[in-house]
Design a protein. Structure first.
Length: 636
């Protein structure tokens, strides 16, 4: 049977075996894969329903009504491609190539489907997206300390004793990693603001207040250093700025750390002593670093594994292969104008974007401050093209909508940002739509472009990427996956060592050591918008409609507002307001409320991003800060 790879924006990147029997797709996990291990998560089990969904787009659409109205007429592919090519040519002639922006993200992580269309836009010298929505602050922070965000190979966990899930609900978002840790009998701790399903399944849970991660980590470091629990030989030979950092945390009061974090001094000391004794590995999550304090928090946390003697004792990213050939930036003739992802609405408002080509993404569900973005699109003259499998909220605001196919209908490969395996994806059927690479070639032809790189076939691109990375095509075809060998690594910092005193951070105008700033908001409650177990940002909402739109609030906060379980409430701030049902829960601490993020507005009528902040953290690469959102709640 053909091999498939789950292309979702997920840590696990499951290798699968797929087939079509009696006209229906069936999938199962590839039992040979060392990490994904032959089983699928609940979302993976939904893939056949998603593949055969009745609401898949089947023909190109041209908008006939107002943006967002859902009024379209069907057309054929030649007609749609002709309109797009004509408008693209006109935009470049009248406003310049940098008025065109290709907006894509990781809705599909296939190397070809993600990267190949960029060849056309590089050739045209258009503006490109500077990705900041997901893990940018943490990436920058880890580079400050280690020079890289690539941490430990998770297969090495079998040789460890302790893993700490810090700000990650791994049981929902990294199920195969969580299962791998359980299989190898690691002790599991969780550090989080919310008592998640991962926390409930952990040996220990340390529940901290929002934005106090940096202070907690510094307090732990203080105990480890002052009690002499650190790996002295490792630190002496491999750490830059240890003495300065030692003096920095010396002035920190554990009583202050306790007061701010909500943990007792005893809990902080116990964490530090047991972490040092067991030489813990930390899986650093993405959610909490999407905040104004996120970069500082990751810098502080990253110091802890080095204190106990790990060269790369964290898990955050695993960029294993060079995909640059697939993207084809070598086709540009001038440097790209980069537009920060979180500032899309601002650039549209300023009239700097006149043509917007969107694929692999649903920004009208996933970007923050949705009211601003939707208003900008309605009031501007930007021409919007969306290529998607479904008529998403973004598609509703587009001028032309092109039907995409799924990864079961085309060849590709996918790597993982968790493990070191590349998975093969072979087509098993063909239902509707065209792939991103097919549309790229059609557009290039309509534009009269003759460059051969833009017409290269999918399999040729795949084989070239495999060859460049020194991998075996034969093994990939035989097993459905191939492991990327880990090469000897050094710390890519100015000193060539792990930097507790970060010279790179200083170069960006930051303190050489992680700083704690007490969080402040205009409203009394901190809104946390994590992903729902059955979605990946906005994906699968239309497939699995039994999502959870409720607001979770601590009973004490509810009581202050006269709210009872099941009441209809309004959640509001300066960005907007939504109405939903309140659910009282002690899993959410006082001062915090929780709404799952990025549901389809066309289905639910709202999503959490009507409330989220569109601020960015400039010194951490214009990283997102939508977890630094404050709201209030009232009973209706």
């Amino acid at each position: 049977m053909p091999f498939s790879a789950c292309m979702r924006d997920c840590y696990d990147t499951c290798s699968m075996v797929a087939k079509v029997k009696n006209g229906r797709l069936t999938v199962r996990g590839n039992p040979k894969h060392p990490i994904t291990a032959g089983f699928l998560c609940p979302k993976g089990a939904l893939l056949p329903r998603w593949f055969h969904a009745e609401d898949r787009l089947k023909a190109p659409l041209i908008r006939t009504g107002e943006r967002g109205s859902g009024e379209f007429r069907k057309t054929d592919w030649d007609g749609a491609i002709g309109i797009i090519a004509r408008k693209l040519r006109e935009t470049i002639e009248e406003h310049g190539s940098e008025s065109v922006l290709v907006y894509q993200y990781a809705g599909d992580r296939g190397v070809v489907n993600y990267a190949f269309p960029l060849r056309l836009f590089h050739y045209l010298n258009t503006a490109m997206l500077d990705y900041g929505i997901c893990d940018r602050a943490g990436q920058e922070a880890l580079r400050d300390v280690y020079g890289t965000a690539i941490g430990m190979d998770p297969e090495e966990l079998k040789n460890q004793r302790l893993i700490i899930y810090w700000g990650i609900n791994a049981f929902w978002t990294n199920l195969h990693g969580f299962t791998f840790a359980k299989k190898h009998d690691l002790e599991i701790w969780t550090v989080d603001v919310v008592r998640t399903e991962t926390a409930k399944r952990s040996h220990r849970f340390f529940q901290i207040k929002p934005d106090t991660d940096v202070l907690f980590a510094l307090g732990v470091a203080k105990v480890i250093i002052e009690e002499g629990l650190y790996d002295k030989a490792f630190v002496r030979g491999n750490v830059y700025g240890f003495e300065e950092f030692k003096n920095y945390v010396k002035t920190l009061s554990l009583y202050y750390v306790s007061e701010e974090t909500g943990l007792s001094v005893e809990e902080i000391e116990t964490f530090a002593r047991d972490f040092a004794e067991k030489r813990g590995v930390i899986h650093i999550g993405y959610g909490f670093q999407r905040s104004l304090s996120g970069g500082e928090a990751v810098r502080a946390i990253a110091i802890l594994p080095a204190l106990v003697g790990h060269r790369f004792g964290f898990i955050y990213d695993m960029k294993t292969i060079d995909k640059s050939y697939a993207e084809g930036a070598f086709l540009r003739t001038k440097p790209a104008k980069k537009i920060p992802q979180m500032k899309l609405a601002e650039y549209i408002e300023r009239g700097e974007i006149k043509f917007l080509y969107i694929y692999n993404s649903n920004p009208l569900a996933s970007l923050p401050n949705q009211n601003r973005l939707r208003k900008a699109l309605v009031e501007s003259d930007v021409f919007v093209v969306t290529h998607d499998i479904f008529l998403t909220d973004t598609a509703l605001y587009s001028d032309v909508v092109l039907p995409a196919n799924t990864f079961f209908e085309r060849p590709d490969i996918a790597d993982s940002y968790y493990h070191r395996y590349v998975a093969l994806n072979e087509p098993v059927a063909r239902l509707y739509g065209k792939s991103n690479s097919e549309v790229t070639r059609l557009l290039a032809k309509a534009l009269g472009i003759n460059n051969p790189y833009i017409y290269e076939g999918d399999e040729d691109v795949i084989k070239k990427v495999i060859e460049i990375n020194g991998l075996s095509w034969e093994e990939l075809k035989r097993e459905g996956f191939v492991k990327v060998p880990e090469k000897p690594r050094a710390w890519e910092t100015p000193s060539g060592e792990i930097e507790f005193f970060s010279q790179r951070a200083v170069g960006r105008g930051l303190n050489p050591f992680p700083e704690y700033r007490k969080p402040e908001g205009k409203s009394p409650l901190r809104l946390l918008p994590p992903t729902h177990r059955m979605t990946i940002t906005s994906q699968y909402h239309n497939t699995y409609v039994m999502i959870d739109p409720n607001l979770y609030i601590n009973p004490s906060d509810a009581s202050e507002r006269g709210i009872k379980d099941g009441d209809t409430v309004e959640v509001f701030n300066d960005y907007g307001s939504i109405r939903t049902i309140a659910r009282l829960s002690d899993d959410v601490p006082p001062g915090v409320v929780l709404l799952y993020k990025a549901f389809w507005v066309k289905i639910l009528g709202w999503n959490a991003n009507f409330l989220t902040a569109d601020e960015t953290v400039e010194k951490y690469g214009n990283a997102s800060a939508y977890h630094s959102t404050w709201v209030d709640v009232k009973r209706i």
